[in-house]
Design a protein around this ligand. Structure first.
Ligand SMILES: Cc1cc2nc3c(=O)[nH]c(=O)nc-3n(C[C@H](O)[C@H](O)[C@H](O)COP(=O)(O)OP(=O)(O)OC[C@H]3O[C@@H](n4cnc5c(N)ncnc54)[C@H](O)[C@@H]3O)c2cc1C
Length: 440
């Protein structure tokens, strides 16, 4: 059925030089460039396909602080602050609304996990709180499942992925940034021990700093530079409905479904407890890095072996800068969603909230999520390549924390003291990455 995402009019010509080049036009690349451009730094974004057409346009649109890894909470809060002002900042409509998020728990054990997380919420004075079984109905009426309780954060929010990043990219251009689409970056050049240029399919752009915000493609890009990024991809499946009145307007996450109201009156719906982990050659190469997270998430991941194994096994992993690269061969990652997972999500949802019984599916789609072994992003400068910054591995929650991450990366790139502590995101926490980055 596919997904409809807004597209932007790109800039036509490739600049000969730019202070900073950002590789990747997802929310991370675009917000990084936007904050740099606002400081008067010349910046060019190179996107191999269309702006916001991979993960950043395909996600659920949840913008939350609730449930975050404790190291990410400050980034989440800064992002919320930026989202709050986003429509004014970009002079457009991103669909941001503080509509509240509820995590319902089926068991007392799950509720106890939420309760443990509330300790972090207290530190930051968040409005997150537990709901008893009776209180749930007052907040999200119409539920028919016997939940043990819930955690609720009224200040959590949503935005519209199918238009938010294109709106940010238009603002970037108004601030003097250049946005090139259908312009894959093949690699980088160095001079005097520092980065000096990117080489794109359309020519070279001289620059002093480069940010790689390549999402699911970062590992492949870095592999060609001899850098071994520990990142795998997981398939998320989603559908959206025609406008529907009746179900709750807060976003709700249960063990086996998730929904949120959309600005167009419909709902974005998915299975919160099932993603497909396709077995590919990298699954074996990175087995030991990911083993703990596989074990932790074993009930949520459905292992599958299929076409992607052959596709990735055949894919070029090294190339010279004058030849066509895999980035030019796949402009937009548009994987098929899992029909059985979507069917299950719909069934579970209707059983739990019968107000969805008459839902009509308008679009369904898949998205490949890039994940790191600890599910925390990697943000920072590569030690052996001064001027080369990584901003990747957002592990299924980069839309919500995207603006704060973009602000942080812009601070690091421009040499300002960062507003948020970058330590939780440093790449040195992965010894494999440090080994390979220090080796070369
Ligand atoms: C189904 C699904 C549900 C999700 N739900 C949520 C949610 O509710 N809330 C939330 O916070 N997050 C969610 N996420 C995660 C979130 O969407 C991502 O973490 C975030 O969008 C990552 O942004 P990014 O800019 O790093 O990557 P992307 O948006 O994937 O952008 C990377 C871009 O880089 C480009 N690129 C790569 N290599 C090159 C190259 N060599 N040259 C030029 N361009 C290149 C790609 O074409 C791509 O457009 C979800 C993700 C999915 C798939």
């Amino acid at each position: 059925m596919g997904i409809t995402i807004e597209t932007i009019e790109p800039d036509a010509s490739l600049p000969a030089a730019s202070d900073v080049v950002v590789i990747g036009g997802g929310i991370i690349g675009i917000t990084t460039a936007l904050f740099l451009a606002r400081e008067g730094i010349s910046v060019t974004v190179c996107e191999k396909g269309e702006v916001g057409h991979e993960q950043s346009g395909r996600n659920w649109g949840w913008v939350r602080v609730m449930g975050r890894d404790p190291g990410e909470i400050p980034l989440g809060l800064e992002s919320m602050r930026l989202w709050e002002d986003m429509d004014r900042l970009v002079g457009g409509d991103t669909g941001f609304t503080r509509s509240g998020i509820v995590y319902v728990a089926d068991t007392r054990a799950k509720l106890a996990e939420h309760e443990a997380w509330l300790e972090h919420a207290k530190t930051y004075q968040l409005d997150s709180r537990l709901l008893s079984t009776r209180e749930i109905d007052a907040v999200i009426p119409g539920g028919k499942r016997a939940f043990a309780g819930a955690m609720f954060t009224p200040s959590d929010a949503r935005a519209e992925p199918q238009k938010a990043v294109p709106a940010m990219a238009r603002a970037l251009r108004r601030h003097g940034g250049t946005v090139l689409t259908r312009c894959a970056v093949r690699g980088i050049e160095t001079a005097g021990g520092r980065v000096s240029a990117v080489v794109t399919e359309r020519g070279r752009i001289a620059c002093q700093r480069i940010v790689l915000a390549g999402g699911a493609w970062s590992r492949l890009f870095l592999g060609n530079l001899g850098i071994d990024l520990p990142a795998l991809k997981v398939l998320g499946s989603v559908f959206r409905t025609e406008p529907l009145d009746g179900p709750p307007t807060h976003a709700v996450g249960a063990s086996d479904f998730a929904f949120r109201k959309r600005q167009d009156g419909g709902y974005t719906i998915a299975h919160r407890g099932a993603s497909v982990a396709e077995i590919v050659p990298d699954s074996f190469r990175l087995l030991f890095d990911f083993l703990p997270s596989f074990v932790r998430q074993r009930h949520e991941l459905r292992l599958r072996i299929g076409e992607r194994f052959i596709e990735e096994a055949r894919r070029k992993t090294s190339w010279s800068l004058d030849e066509e690269t895999p980035f030019e061969q796949t402009r937009i990652l548009d994987p098929k969603p899992s029909a059985p997972i979507l069917e299950e999500a719909k069934r579970n949802l209707i059983a739990a909230f019968p107000a969805f019984a008459n839902l009509r599916i308008k679009e369904s789609w898949g998205g490949l999520i890039d994940a790191t072994p600890d599910a925390v992003p990697i943000i920072g400068e590569v030690p052996r390549l001064p001027g080369f910054f990584l901003a990747t591995g957002f592990s299924g929650h980069g839309f919500g924390i995207g603006p704060g991450a973009g602000r942080l990366i812009a601070d690091l790139v421009s040499g300002r003291s960062p507003m948020i502590d970058p330590k939780p995101f440093r790449l040195e926490r992965f010894s494999r990455l440090e080994r390979t980055t220090r080796a070369g």
